[in-house]
Design a protein around this ligand. Structure first.
Ligand SMILES: [Zn+2]
Length: 365
């Protein structure tokens, strides 16, 4: 029996966001990684596209600890993978690749010369002072909501490749309804997803893609607690914090391409890698807290759930803190400031959210 090995990037729970280098092959109806280190039956493997321009191919599967995925490192590895993949996976693969080349053709349009000319001042200024976050913020002003939405879609596809996402179910409906209340009148068209993932986390991507893990649904004791997290997270979209952060790390060429709507530009590279670093300065976190509270107030939702949830996570015992806390440190200081903000705003009329969270939890897996 011939066995072709190919180079892959291997993504697994506990690995860095950009994955680890490894080698893989197909042996006797299984995917084998690094010799015999990992063996996955083909029937458990799905195929998805992500990455830049939807061109990156991922094979993924789930295990108790979470989501696993592999992706060929280059064209050569992709070719080896395609040649050696047995049925029925080969069929799935073929369809995905066909889909990818169709999408790539559709989304590629080059940099206009005129646009380059118009943005020359930005280019020159940026070359000199790109290091500063404020310049990235300024460049963000050149990017239309429409182009931001395109970037967001790309980042969302990459960041969620292989995740078990869904929009159906009682939990997803609650997230959508609460989220819609909190973002009424927004210029973004939000899309709400639940990810079947036991880690306590939620995140929002530019353009308005919001993902809430089932782990967070389970960790919450009321709809108000979930509302508090959502109210905060969407502010990173509304205030374009994530966009500015991404621009800062992607650099000037990417900002220029985005300003011109050239989302096919190679300057954008791996946008999801920027997403995995969703850490914000304390000022931005505080701004998101403040505007999040205002959103709760406008929606007539009680604010204490927000404080209670982060406080609860902070006090949770265990060696590894919840994922949400790694990007949103719930320091005593932050909690105190939150309480002060609530006091400053004064009490507002709030009706309890119409969900029995125990029931929602029992349906959320
Ligand atoms: Zn935040």
């Amino acid at each position: 029996m011939s066995m072709t090995e190919f180079d892959i990037t291997y993504y697994a729970p506990g690995f860095p966001a950009h994955g680890n280098k490894a080698r893989a092959s197909f042996v006797d109806g299984s995917l084998v990684i690094n010799g015999q280190e990992v063996k996955v039956p083909l029937s458990e493997i799905g195929v998805t596209l992500g990455g830049f321009d939807h061109k990156q191919l991922y094979l993924f599967w789930h295990h108790e600890e979470g989501r696993y995925a592999i992706s060929p490192v280059d064209g050569n590895a992709l070719e080896q993978l395609q040649k050696s993949t047995p049925e029925p996976l080969a069929g799935l693969l073929k369809n995905a690749v066909k889909d990818a080349s169709r999408k790539a053709r559709r989304s590629h349009f080059g940099l206009g010369v005129l646009g380059l000319f118009l943005l020359l001042p930005l280019l020159l200024a940026g070359l000199v002072v790109w290091q500063s976050h404020s310049i990235a913020g300024w460049a963000a002003g050149y990017i239309s909501i429409e182009n931001e939405q395109k970037l967001g879609e790309m980042a969302f596809q990459q960041a969620t490749a292989g995740m078990k996402l869904r929009q159906g179910g009682m939990d997803a409906a609650a997230v959508r309804e609460i989220g819609s209340r909190l973002t009424q009148g927004s210029k973004y068209k939000y899309q709400w997803y639940v990810a079947e993932d036991p880690s306590i986390n939620a995140f929002a991507v530019p353009g308005g893609y919001v993902v809430v893990n089932t782990g967070l649904i389970q960790a919450a004791d009321s709809a108000e607690e979930v509302a508090g997290v959502l109210a905060h997270e969407v502010q990173h979209v509304e205030l374009r914090h994530t966009l500015k952060n991404m621009l800062h790390s992607l650099g000037l060429r990417a900002a220029l391409a985005l300003a011109l709507g050239d989302v096919g530009s190679s300057a954008l590279g791996n946008v999801a890698a920027q997403l995995s670093e969703l850490r914000f300065s304390r000022d931005l976190e505080s701004e998101a807290d403040k505007n999040g509270l205002a959103a709760l107030r406008n929606s007539g939702i009680a604010p204490q759930g927000m404080v209670r949830f982060f406080d609860k996570l902070r006090k949770q015992e265990g060696a590894t803190p919840p994922a949400l806390l790694s990007t949103h440190p719930a320091s005593e200081d932050r909690m105190r400031v939150l309480q002060e903000m609530i006091k400053e705003q004064g009490a507002w009329p709030a009706k309890p959210l119409p969900y029995d969270w125990t029931i929602v939890k029992s349906t959320s897996k």
